[in-house]
Design a protein around this ligand. Structure first.
Ligand SMILES: Cc1cc2nc3c(=O)[nH]c(=O)nc-3n(C[C@H](O)[C@H](O)[C@H](O)COP(=O)(O)O)c2cc1C
Length: 201
């Protein structure tokens, strides 16, 4: 089994989302110790935004060049295609995914490569596979009376679904800005959810 681990927090390996996504990978490795992990860090300037040629190719019937963002996109799509399981660690930034993760998505959600556009709208080109999403947020965004909207969950469902990835499972540590006790409680609740999930599969 090949696991693709995508992380995007500016806080790197110290981040809560990295901690949670690494925990998920720990469970996956326990169920398949021969699994390999590919770490794809997309934070900071790791991946530059899509370029002019890439943007032009999205509105024409062919790629205008095989260089620049198109080459980078090919590399990231092949990496995704070769993975059996994808684990995404992401903080919530302004109610949705950080800009760094959005840049990775702009590279992997590409017309003629991972989806097509036709009379029926957009049709996906990737085979489905399990995707785990590990979210960290300063406040709560789920449960009763969250005091903020959540565009992250529906956005990832829509955009990954567009390219064929529908089997999404979300775990979150919410309330990291609410003090050490709240963080400990949130981590504990999420650990229990992880144990319950992985002992039932
Ligand atoms: C630019 C920015 C925007 C943020 N926006 C939100 C937000 O909309 N909602 C929220 O609950 N927390 C927000 N936060 C707080 C982070 O989600 C929180 O600190 C989280 O634990 C960071 O996860 P990490 O350690 O994986 O980076 C924001 C943080 C930053 C830096």
């Amino acid at each position: 089994m090949k696991i693709l681990h995508v992380t995007c927090s500016p806080r790197g390996q110290r981040s809560e989302s990295h901690r949670l996504s690494s925990n998920i990978i720990g469970f996956l490795l326990r169920s398949d110790p021969t699994a390999t992990v590919i770490n794809r860090v997309v934070s900071g300037d790791a991946i530059t935004q899509v370029d002019e040629h890439y943007a032009e190719s999205q509105q024409s019937s062919a790629d205008v060049t095989q260089e620049g963002s198109i080459a980078r996109s090919d590399e990231l799509i092949e990496e995704l295609q070769s993975a059996d399981v994808v684990v995404i660690g992401t903080p919530m930034h302004n109610f949705t995914v950080p800009a760094a993760l959005k840049v990775w998505i702009d590279h992997i959600a590409r017309v003629r490569r991972t989806f097509n556009v036709g009379a029926q709208g957009k049709t996906s080109l990737l085979r489905d596979r399990q995707v785990f999403v590990a979210v960290a947020s300063g406040g709560r965004f789920s449960g009763i009376n969250p005091r903020q909207p959540d565009f992250l969950t529906p956005y990832l469902k829509a955009v990954l679904g567009m390219i064929g990835l529908h089997a999404l499972t979300f775990f979150s540590v919410e309330g990291t800005a609410l003090g050490p006790e709240a963080v400990a409680e949130a981590r504990n609740k999420t650990d229990q959810a992880l144990h319950a999930y992985f002992s039932s599969v």
